[in-house]
Design a protein around this ligand. Structure first.
Ligand SMILES: NC(=O)c1ccc[n+]([C@@H]2O[C@H](COP(=O)([O-])OP(=O)(O)OC[C@H]3O[C@@H](n4cnc5c(N)ncnc54)[C@H](OP(=O)(O)O)[C@@H]3O)[C@@H](O)[C@H]2O)c1
Length: 263
């Protein structure tokens, strides 16, 4: 580990301080990552978006460019479970300040008696390994003051029957604190945002709600059960990421955005 002698740089902790910085969003073509990319571009950050589906990625790049006219936005089609593709993504990104990992689905929901080693391994390979691989690949290219933001969900604190494997992915939170300690001598940071139900294509898929008006109504109806009467928006979810990226004194933190859903 390369330790550096100077403290982490002091700079504005406001999101505006992200102007001119480079952020790589692994999972930037939908939902929370898509919203974060557009917000970062609107602030004048250089943004690198990834996702597997090229058409969806191209649309996300256009969306971010529209949000931040003049901002540099690059799309790299890549699967985060593919180490070589991750390497190529960061090679193309060049020097990086911030990384957000939102890639991941909802796999790992078998009853415990039906869990197979292959299925569990698939969930861990899809959710835990990419966090380690992203950190391993990004850190040599990151500037001091830079950050890695990971994603977890409130299953970690409110497990549900039949979701033992998916809940175990909450190990991402322990990994975050370990990574924060590991990266501190380089004056880099690691944090996680833990989400409750956020209205994104992923959440709609879980609740069998479409992207149409009937889907909107189904989400609104289901959201009424939460303390604040609706699910979170992707923008509300993404703004927590920008806070963690921008504030140089935030590290090792698990920030919950769930509208009180785990009361
Ligand atoms: N929304 C919620 O209510 C909620 C709650 C708790 C936690 N979370 C977590 O928050 C994260 C973001 O959720 P979201 O709702 O924004 O999901 P989303 O709308 O499905 O977006 C996921 C993004 O990740 C990409 N992706 C998925 N697997 C990938 C892979 N293997 N390689 C590269 N890109 C990949 C997707 O594009 P491609 O499919 O084209 O690759 C897409 O851009 C997820 O990790 C999710 O588990 C969400």
């Amino acid at each position: 580990m390369t330790a550096i002698e100077t403290p982490i740089p002091v700079r504005s902790p406001l999101p505006q301080g992200l102007a001119g910085q480079t952020a790589v969003i692994l999972g930037g073509s939908s939902g929370i990552g898509l919203a974060a990319g557009a917000m970062l571009a609107s602030l004048g950050a250089r943004v690198v978006l990834t996702g597997r589906d090229k058409a969806r990625l191209d649309a996300a790049v256009e969306h971010a460019r529209a949000a931040g006219p003049g901002a540099e936005v690059l799309g790299v089609a890549a699967d985060v479970t593919d180490d070589a593709a991750l390497e190529e993504t960061f090679e193309r990104a060049g020097t990086v300040d911030h990384v957000l990992l939102t890639a991941g689905g909802f796999a790992g929901t078998q009853p415990i008696t039906e869990v197979t080693r292959d299925a569990a391994r698939g969930t861990f390979d899809g959710r835990l390994w990419p966090a380690l691989a992203a950190a391993r690949t990004a850190v040599p290219r990151m500037n001091p003051g830079g950050s890695i933001t990971l994603t977890s969900g409130n299953l970690v604190v409110r497990p549900r029957p039949g979701m033992t494997v998916l809940s175990a992915v909450g190990g991402i939170e322990t990994l975050t604190r370990a990574l924060a300690v590991d990266l501190a001598p380089r004056r880099m940071r690691a944090n996680t945002v833990r989400y409750g139900m956020i209205d994104t294509p992923l959440a709609r898929g879980v609740l069998s709600a479409g992207a149409d008006r009937a889907g909107d109504e189904a989400m609104a109806e289901a959201g009424l059960q939460t303390p604040l009467g609706r699910f979170g928006t992707a923008d509300e979810a993404a703004s927590a990421v920008l806070f963690l990226m921008a504030n140089p004194y935030m590290t090792g933190e698990i920030l919950t955005i769930d509208g009180g859903q785990d009361f």
